[in-house]
Ligand binder design. Structure first.
Ligand SMILES: [Zn+2]
Length: 475
């Protein structure tokens, strides 16, 4: 605290320091240094300075056949931590990645006119009884009672809730249609066998969008619009998802597609025709069907993880809740609906499953929790003279490329060799790992730059590093 006061007085900035700051420990005090953000240091992270290579299985409390690559890697590097069957703590790195994914989703949903809402997780039983899903989905629902004996479930999806909300707005006009409401919230499903980490949990994040149109034709146009937005999202993330015909299941409606990401541990199977592009979940095909129903070409079967699902609902829900609007003739009609889900935590895990090697996490560039990891020399090594250069490089990066503020991490565990820390950085999959090794002592200094997503290793001057990083996209 003494240090802080002296430093702040010296800089004449005491007045701008909040009283709470005085309670901070000295290593965080460069807060007050003008022109610089605080440097993020790995040693002060909640996780993950100690990788848990050997402890993963006992921690998860489950047998080896229930794990998959993404779950194992996410546990090892401290992205997630098991809480109860099918439930995980999302630790800071995972939350950063998740927030980036949500921002990317927001951009795509808002580009097609989506308006974000947030509906309660506690969902009254009477809404579910009205559609008969209180009984038909019975065991999947987490049901509970309040102190007045009123029944609820924790929402696994929100068709009932959103339709009742829209029905309660008595003055809807055709002029307001179409409107697209969406949210990104926690959903709950009492999975009989939660497994594969975030791929199939009991509590997870989902983006669910509900669309309201005046006519079936308009609703189908909206359907195409949302599907195109999903395709754009997956393309930005570099995920090669396949849009396949799907079964409508418990949601209902008359038209449905899934977005499947091909990965080995996928629990869905879908068939693709190489000649005409037809693709469908095998559940929608006859058991005996071996050739393409469109062109008779041969079908290839692939395993996939369902990362998105779309449904054209028509008036299935609006007729139950009497969700109406005033049409062009001044009379009232039922709204035409669609619903569209994205498994947010599942996309995160599926991307890791799809991109990573057996030992190292690889991220879609946009989702990496931190874009850059700087590794200064080991304490006591010949290169130690370059330690300060690394800190300067840190400051130069965040000054020259403002969008990288908060994206650069300094691995200050200088009691460890560069090799050990580089190996850890490889495991975390920071897109750029910058090392101050022997050539940092040259004049001008050169840094060793590992571009994890291309596998390239280059030696760059400070200007070279800045130029390379100025091209990094951050969402
Ligand atoms: Zn075909």
């Amino acid at each position: 605290m003494e240090g802080l006061l002296r430093r702040c007085r010296g800089l004449h900035t005491l007045a701008t320091c909040s009283p709470q700051l005085r309670g901070y420990t000295p290593h965080r005090l460069h807060h007050c240094t003008p022109g610089r953000g605080r440097r993020l240091t790995l040693s002060t992270m909640f996780q993950p300075q100690n990788l848990r290579e050997d402890q993963v299985l006992p921690l998860d409390g489950r047998s080896a056949d229930l794990t998959c690559k993404s779950q194992r890697l996410m546990l090892q590097v401290g992205l997630i931590y098991p809480a109860s069957p099918g439930c995980y703590h999302l630790l800071p790195y995972a939350v950063r990645a998740l927030e980036k994914l949500v921002r990317t989703i927001d951009q795509e949903m808002q580009a097609i006119g989506g308006q974000k809402v947030s509906m309660p997780s506690l969902s009254p039983a009477e809404l579910w009884r009205a559609t008969n899903r209180w009984d038909s989905m019975d065991r999947e629902l987490f049901k509970l009672r309040d102190r007045h004996d009123k029944e609820y479930c924790l929402g696994p999806t929100h068709e009932e809730v959103v339709t009742a909300l829209v029905a309660s707005q008595k003055t809807l006009s055709y002029k307001q249609l179409p409107f697209l409401l969406y949210q990104v919230t926690r959903k709950f499903r009492d999975e009989p066998r939660p497994r594969f980490g975030l791929l199939r949990g009991r509590e997870f994040y989902m983006k669910d969008m509900y669309t309201f149109d005046a006519t079936p034709e308009a609703a189908q146009e909206t359907y195409g619009l949302v599907c195109a937005a999903y395709s754009r999202l997956f393309e930005r993330l570099g995920l090669r998802c396949v849009q396949v015909q799907a079964d409508v299941g418990s949601i209902g409606g008359s038209l449905s597609h899934e977005f499947q990401l091909p990965v080995d541990v996928g629990e869905d199977r879908f068939a693709v025709c190489a000649s005409c592009g037809f693709s469908a979940n095998v559940e929608t095909l006859d058991v005996s069907q071996t050739s393409c129903p469109t062109c008779q070409g041969s079908l290839t079967e692939t395993r996939g993880v369902e990362v998105g699902h779309t449904f054209y609902l028509g008036t299935k829900y609006s007729s139950v809740f009497d969700a109406k609007f005033t049409n062009t003739h001044g009379s009232v009609s039922l709204v035409e609906m669609g619903c569209y889900g994205l498994g947010v935590t599942r996309i995160l895990a599926a991307a890791i499953e799809s991109f990573s090697t057996e030992d190292c996490i690889r991220w879609p560039g946009l989702l990496a929790p931190y874009q850059v990891c700087l590794i200064p020399p080991k304490k006591g090594s010949i290169e130690e003279a370059a330690a300060e250069l690394t800190e300067h490089l840190y400051d130069h990066i965040t000054e020259a490329v403002p969008r990288l503020r908060g994206e650069v991490l300094l691995d200050d565990r200088t009691h460890l060799t560069i090799g050990k820390r580089r190996k850890d950085a490889d495991k975390f999959g920071y897109p750029f790992v910058i090392i101050a090794g022997k050539r940092a002592l040259e004049d001008p200094a050169h840094f060793e730059v590992w571009c994890q997503n291309t596998g390239e290793v280059v030696f760059l001057s400070r200007e070279g590093v800045l130029e390379l990083l100025s091209q990094v996209q951050v969402v």
